[in-house]
Ligand binder design. Structure first.
Ligand code: NAD
Length: 294
């Protein structure tokens, strides 16, 4: 079994670390928030005084942090203190440029590294069914795969350094755009006197079919498990969708890609968030499109 340092024990990190403990690993954890450390301790994580103490004896270091600046600051502090040849896995969702910088910090200190953001949300983190999309060298990925397994439903090696983050933001840009498209269609159907169920029955088996419709339907009724049936309680919060859409637009700008629908989706989610809806599920944008408050 492996000694793993886990830095960032928030909504995602804590259940992920708990699954590593369940798999028999020793998990040395650190977070800046004392209440998250209390939860971690209850899950069997060995709570450490700081990131450096957590990393010192670890063979694998996993970070699950809010943004690129947090990841780079932990890497700068911890990489020089890590064991030679240790593997650094960053599962946060961050910009591709910071992800590549994190890889070079790791390399400078003789460490292996992969970027491995996830999809599947807090439910997937608790159930150990996250999809990991990994970027990095083949030897680093090979070493990471068995470590990720207890937290994963699926693990995909997407390519070199940063490829995992690239896959994550491309996927979530599609998701943001498709949710707005599905929501607009339901709003139009309402105005045309077409029932939600009738539109769902047709579109779910026609060319309009997509995940935003069939798994995450933004109106209550057709898909009983979707957040629309519980007052848009997340799920996947609109603030996180906005974060990912902004990352997609930064990446599009620096790579010279034309993404007008992604840009529009980012603007709509920015307005939705500015109206105080950041903590609601992202499918709640349908109320914004109707002109209604949630
Ligand atoms: P969160 O805010 O609940 O957790 C982040 C944790 O990092 C916090 O507990 C914070 O105290 C800690 N932290 C910040 N700086 C630190 C530092 N220097 N040292 C130690 N701890 C530090 O966020 P989350 O929902 O767990 O998300 C984590 C990452 O996963 C984000 O990048 C997010 O975009 C991504 N993500 C989240 C979801 C989701 O549904 N919540 C889904 C997929 C991906």
């Amino acid at each position: 079994m492996t000694t793993i340092a886990f830095i960032g024990l928030g909504n995602m990190g804590n259940p992920m670390a708990a699954n590593l403990v369940k798999a028999g690993h020793t998990v040395n954890g650190f977070d800046l928030m004392p209440e998250n450390l209390t939860v971690a301790r209850e899950h069997g994580v060995v709570v450490m005084a700081n990131a450096i103490a957590a990393v010192k004896d670890a063979d694998v270091v996993i970070t699950m942090l809010p943004a690129g600046k947090h990841v780079l600051s932990v890497y700068e502090d911890a990489a020089p203190k890590a064991k030679q040849g240790a593997l650094f896995i960053d599962s946060s969702t961050i910009d591709v440029e910071s992800a590549r910088k994190a890889h070079s910090v790791a390399k400078k200190h003789g460490l292996l590294s992969i970027d491995a953001p996830v999809s599947g949300g807090t439910g997937g983190a608790a159930a150990g069914t996250l999809t990991f999309m990994a970027g990095g060298a083949k030897d680093a990925f090979a070493k990471a795969e068995p470590i990720l397994k207890p937290m994963a439903g699926r693990i995909v090696h997407c390519g070199d350094d940063g490829a995992g983050q690239a896959a994550k933001i491309c996927n979530n840009m599609m998701l943001g755009i498709s949710m707005i498209g599905v929501a607009e269609a339901f709003v139009l159907a309402e105005k045309l006197g077409l029932s939600h169920q009738a539109l769902f029955d047709v579109a779910s088996t026609s060319s309009g079919q997509c995940w935003s419709l069939t798994t995450y339907c933004p109106v209550p009724g057709p898909v009983p498990a979707s957040p629309a049936n519980r007052d848009y309680k997340p799920g996947f919060a609109a603030a996180l969708m906005l974060k990912d859409l902004k990352l997609s637009q930064e990446a599009a700008q620096s790579a010279g890609a034309v993404t007008p629908m992604g840009a529009e989706a980012a603007q709509l989610y920015a307005l939705f968030n500015a109206q105080g809806n950041g903590g609601t599920d992202f499918s709640g944008i349908i109320n914004f499109l109707r002109g209604n408050p949630l």
